[in-house]
Design a binder for this molecule. Sequence first.
Ligand SMILES: Cc1cc2nc3c(=O)[nH]c(=O)nc-3n(C[C@H](O)C(O)[C@H](O)COP(=O)(O)OP(=O)(O)OC[C@H]3O[C@@H](n4cnc5c(N)ncnc54)[C@H](O)[C@@H]3O)c2cc1C
Length: 458
Amino acid sequence: MNAQDPVVVIGAGPAGMSAAKLLVAAGLRPVVIDESRDAGGQIFRRPHSALSRNFKDLYGFDAGRAQRFRNDFASLLPTIDYRPETLVWNADQSALHLLSQGHSDIQRWSRLIIAPGATDRVVPTEGWTAPGVYSLGGAQIVLKAEASLIGRRIVFVGTGPLLYLIAYQYAKAGANVVAVLETGAPFAKPSLLPDLLAGGADFAKGLYYISWLRTHGVAIRASITPLAVTLDNVGNVSGFSYQFKSQTIEVSCDAVAMGYGLKAETQIADLIGLNFHFDGQQRQWLPLTDADGRSSNTNVYLAGDGLSIRGSEIAAESGKLAALALLKDAGYPCTTDGGRHRRAIHRSARFRKTLDSVFPYPSRIAAGMADETIVCRCEGLTAGVIRQAVHSSGEGEINRIKAFCRVGMGRCQGRLCGPAAAELIAASAAIDISAVGRLRAQAPIKPVSLGALAGGRQ
Ligand SMILES: Cc1cc2nc3c(=O)[nH]c(=O)nc-3n(C[C@H](O)C(O)[C@H](O)COP(=O)(O)OP(=O)(O)OC[C@H]3O[C@@H](n4cnc5c(N)ncnc54)[C@H](O)[C@@H]3O)c2cc1C
């Protein structure tokens, strides 16, 4: 570490910006890097500048928080070195490799806060690579950023709170939401009610979305097994079929949004060489930190959904903790020890744990995919090819299987197919999912052009 180098924050979402605010309050001028055009992260994503939409339509119950975030950001802007539209595509123990508007650059850092958020977790279903099928988060980006809909008659399938939120946002925006199909059984366990009530306003919002959808005639079905996206004779989405209580049902639609919870964006942490642990509750590998976000590298801190999937309010609290930890470690005087933020995170833990059990990643469905289903769309690999690689090699570690069949070797580097491929490998090798390991991150963590890296424009 060179103390002359700046403190850098990756991510201008709730986690990164709440960290930056405390760093500025302590007299620092952090570099804040974000690949998006505007600050706000996923929850406060802004519409394209040519579109005018009011806050209530865009952010619903979160409109007040979105406005506060924007005001805070505007007052912070002169005091930070803000780099929008800048992708961190590689990282090591002293520098970040950046790409901004077709130009590559290197940013050295003395201390680093990593807050890159999360991405959708998908379960491949036959037909999922057809045009007209979107991830849930992708569908929301189309709506929030472009004020557009992914189709006219849309099926929402998957699990998790975002399933209902985004179906509700689409219905409110005038879309015909044909059905919301849930793989979990969230309404089947009244005994969990006290733990869910601990979620307070978040739980109330979830109930509101569900009852709004129901009272507006949207069919909501739980405990379903997705079967296939059906296509018409020119390859466009024409329906979605699923199994419900041993019945096979097909609904007609022209678009499908699917998502099964979120997956932390951990590639930067991995490239820097941080330690990870397998979180059985979230069924994913997460960077290992102490309660304040200190990682296994003494100069690197993590916060937000990129550390653990806990929602936007906890993302902001964890950003503050990471900033306080950094300031303390770097010898800056701190007026607070972070107890308030730690307690807020602790209070939410019961609710988050229950949410994870009510909306589990459907590992059984992922493991049971039909042999013909494409899993790794970058490499065009089916479930059958991955199973065959496990059986013929006798291996069960995901990087070994990658070497045998190229799963996760394509442009997305396994960000999309990794979770489902891991379930498939675990089931085929008859080992626990934690024994499958995690795909090692490789730069570039997102697709970048060789021309841009060579110094030219994209
Ligand atoms: C698509 C999507 C939509 C969501 N919508 C909602 C919603 O409407 N309501 C809700 O309550 N929760 C939503 N969530 C959950 C949500 O992510 C949060 O709980 C919250 O936004 C997390 O805050 P964060 O700061 O940790 O991450 P984020 O808000 O995701 O912010 C992370 C930031 O890091 C930037 N970034 C990531 N990788 C890089 C990189 N390599 N280089 C440079 N910049 C990078 C991103 O551009 C982003 O701005 C959504 C999640 C996803 C994935």
